[in-house]
Every structure is written in C-alpha cells, then in structure tokens.
Design a binder for this molecule. Structure first.
Ligand code: PAF
Length: 281
C-alpha cells in the first residue's frame, strides 16, 4: 500500500492510470479511518479501477477556537484500513504541500453553507470546499465519495461541483448504523454506557418522523414537534437543532411536497451527535 505525499507524484501516478484507460475514485478523509470510511472506500473500489484515499487534516476548515492539533491521527491504522477496503494508495500531503506560503484563494458556496452546521461554524464549509476543490484538481477523479452522515457537506460539495463545472460525479453513500440504529461516528467512543443508550433517541426520533411522512403528514412543524417531544423524554439529551429542509438548497420547508432532508444535532452529555435522513428523493 503506497503512501504518496507530493502533488507531483500523485499527478504522475494518476496520469499513468488514465493513459491505461483506468477510472479513478477519490475518497477524501481527514484520517483516523473507521468502518464508515471503509464503506466509502469499498463502494469506490466496486465502482472504479483505482481508488485514492486522501488523508489530510485540513486546517482551513477549523476555526480559531477549534483545536486542530488535538484532532486524532493514526496513519498506520489508515494504511491498514484503506488497504483492507480496497484502496490503491493513500495521498497524505503535508500542510505546506497543500497550502504553501502565499496561498490566498478560497472556494466559497453560499446559501447551503450558512445554515445547520454552518450557523455555528461560519468559515468551516469554505475550508471544506477549498480543500475538496484542490483535491479534485490534483487527483482528477471520475467519482468522489462522501457520507450521507455529513449530509450538509455532501450538499455543499454537490453545489460546488454544479456551479464550477468540476468533471466529477459526487457519490453520496448511505449512513452506516449499529444494529440498534445509532449512526456510526468516531465520536461514539466518547459516550459512557448510559449515554450510548440515551443516544438511540436520535435515530428513534428520525424513525418517528419517517413514519409520519409515510402516513402522509405534510406539516414540518408537526413532525418537528413530535421529534422534539421524543428527544426531550431523554434526560441526557439536549437538542441543538431539528430541521426539515429542502434536500438541495437546505432551506427550511414548512409544507412537505418535494424531497426533504431531516437533519438533527443533539448533545448527549458532552458529545454532540448528528444524524439525518432524506425523504421522497
Ligand atoms: O469529511 C471530512 O472528513 C472532511 O470534511 C473532508 C471532506 C475530507 C475535507 O477535509
């Protein structure tokens, strides 16, 4: 399993692959890979001849009050997990390779970025689109894989690809869940046994919403109210947001007539968890 650190070298390798008629899938990550990432790599492996996994803890998506240095890193584990899932190589550049002295250009999507997660992290998505745009230009993949777990990130990247005509297909892969419904996340390790149990309220509230939608409920307010009541029954849970939004524009919807995304963010003790589902796509 190769670990490539320079843009020059990854470009040479991908160019050889392309000359040989191979298709290339890209799975952008910040490392510390887990089963969720592996499911993206497996899907990329099934749909492309070659798979590049990028491992880069991107400083531009962290704000001044977020601790970049304490972000977990384990490149040995990343190599093993990527290999297991079928990756061809890991692209693992230094910060100075991606952002050399004098770097001063950003990609920014509007509308989809100011809401939900972006409301409390105003510069976060600008960092994400900038680094993903750079990775698209460096690797030139045919397809790029993102998790539905970070639904807003996927929507922001789709918007960027549409608006800036990147010749890449964005593939959004389903949320991987534990058997009892909890969405897999690297944050789940922070949950105590009691909190782990309490965290089930996220997927349970989404299930309730799904049932109401399937039964024909069209009022976003009524669905949000039912979800709120369900989550409030759990003493360890504190709601950050429950939203019903257009699945593309991410703007609030009052009457549900087209496809909607229902994203939620809930604190369980000190751990902030997110979950979501799309209805009617
Ligand atoms: O989802 C992530 O891990 C990051 O936001 C991404 C897409 C790799 C960009 O740094």
């Amino acid at each position: 399993m190769k670990l490539i650190t320079t843009i020059k070298e990854i470009r040479e390798i991908v160019s050889e692959w392309k000359k040989a008629g191979k298709t290339v899938g890209l799975v952008p990550t910040m490392g510390y890979l887990h089963e969720g990432h592996q499911s993206l790599i497996r899907q990329a492996h099934a749909e492309n001849d070659k798979v590049v996994v990028s491992v880069f803890v991107n400083p531009t998506q962290f704000s001044a009050n977020e601790d970049l240095s304490s972000y977990p890193r384990d490149i040995e584990n990343d190599l093993e997990k990527s290999h297991e899932a079928g990756a061809s190589l890991i692209f693992h550049p230094e910060v100075s390779e991606m952002y050399p002295d004098g770097f001063n250009t950003y990609i920014e999507a509007f509308g989809v970025t100011e809401v939900l997660e972006g409301a409390s992290r105003p510069t976060h998505f600008r960092g994400v689109t900038t680094v993903v745009g750079k990775l698209f230009n460096i690797v030139q993949p045919d397809r790029a894989y993102f998790g539905q777990k970070d639904a807003q990130q996927a929507a922001v990247i789709e918007q960027m690809v549409r608006d800036l005509n990147f010749p890449v297909k964005v593939v959004c892969c389903p949320i991987i869940r534990e058997e009892d419904g909890l969405a897999k996340s690297s944050r789940n390790v922070y949950l105590s046994e009691e909190e782990r149990e309490a965290a089930l309220v996220l997927s349970q509230s989404l299930k309730l919403a799904k049932k109401m939608l399937e039964q024909g409920e069209k009022s976003a307010e009524k669905i949000k109210q039912t979800m709120t009541e369900k989550i409030q029954q759990e003493p360890l849970a504190e709601i950050d947001y429950i939203k019903i939004v257009d699945h593309r524009s991410l703007q609030d919807v009052a009457v549900i007539e087209a496809a909607v995304l229902i994203p939620i963010a809930v604190r369980i003790g000190n751990t902030r968890l997110i979950d979501n589902f799309v209805f009617g796509e």
